[in-house]
Design a protein around this ligand. Sequence first.
Ligand code: ATP
Length: 359
Amino acid sequence: MFGGSFDPVHTGHLMLAEAALVRAGLDRVLFMPTYIQPFKRNVRTSSADDRIRMLALAIRGNPRFGISTVETDRDEVSYTILSLRALKEELAPEGVPVFIVGTDMFLMIEQWYSAAELLREFDLVVGVRPGGRQGEAEGQAARLRKKYGTRIDLIDNPPVEVSSTEIRAKIAAGESIRSLVPEEVRRFLLVREREGERRFAHTKRVIDLAVRMARRFGADEEKARLAALLHDLAKDPAGGAENNIRHGALAAEIARREFRVADADVLNAIRYHTTGRAGMSKLELIIFLADTVEPGRTYDSIDRLRGMCLEDLEKGALTVLIELKAYLQKNGFEAAADTEAAIAELREKAGLREKQEGK
Ligand code: ATP
């Protein structure tokens, strides 16, 4: 079990986890984000939801890494010893948890809640953290082994000089965090910084729904996640109707230039999510619809529409596009040519389908 605030998870954490796995011969590493005091003064902390999302992005595709939410599930400060005991019960009789820490934390471990019990009941894997005073860590390990009988495995992990504090500072200063965190975490952080909490909450709901729809309709889940994350990059709440239509195309440009997205389907899903177009791919339909019916949307007829979108992408898209056109007309605007073309094409397809079904 590897505890930390992971705000955000970074390469130092991942390298330590990997080294612990290999050098200490562990089966799995469970990252356990700890609860953070919401009113910690002068520190802007991320929600547990964001920290878990970033961890999930960072460990995706690694079956030997997992996440434990025992501490974040309870909305209060919890203590490592209690979490370790809970995990011990869960793993028994096949497995036993050990606790992974960096040298900086290790040097302070006797100050933790119920430290003596923790050190008597659980073994430790201690990884080097640059600046964590390696020599002192060895002395400390010898002393604790003797005093509590703890098995302490001091591993020789590659030193990675990075901290979450440094990453947060760099983002605030507009500096690059490339290679300090996995690329997907970097994108998540940059979009969050750009959008602010309220707009980013919408983006996260679109991501969740788009991923769900991708699974359901057999589209590429990773592409859905990426397109949903980036779809509103250029949205300007003060930009009026013009920005409402154009922010898809603008966001696709930013995605290509600043986020280095090269996949044409992802870029088109971002580009056309405001207008639709004729010949939309499955991914394009999913992003367009997930944006329209995500659970935060509350307009009339949303339930019917949501149900329809989860049943049939094209039928859902046709209904949404017709409503979009009517809405624009009511407000004195013309629908974009792409929207007209999409409606015409989807109508024709629906007509053909009805004929085939003998209606
Ligand atoms: P912050 O800067 O917000 O205090 P942090 O980068 O220190 O965060 P935490 O989430 O507090 O990260 O750390 C969790 C665990 O990861 C601790 O055991 C810590 O020693 C270890 N750790 C953090 N950074 C590194 C690193 N660069 N190399 C090795 N271990 C690290």
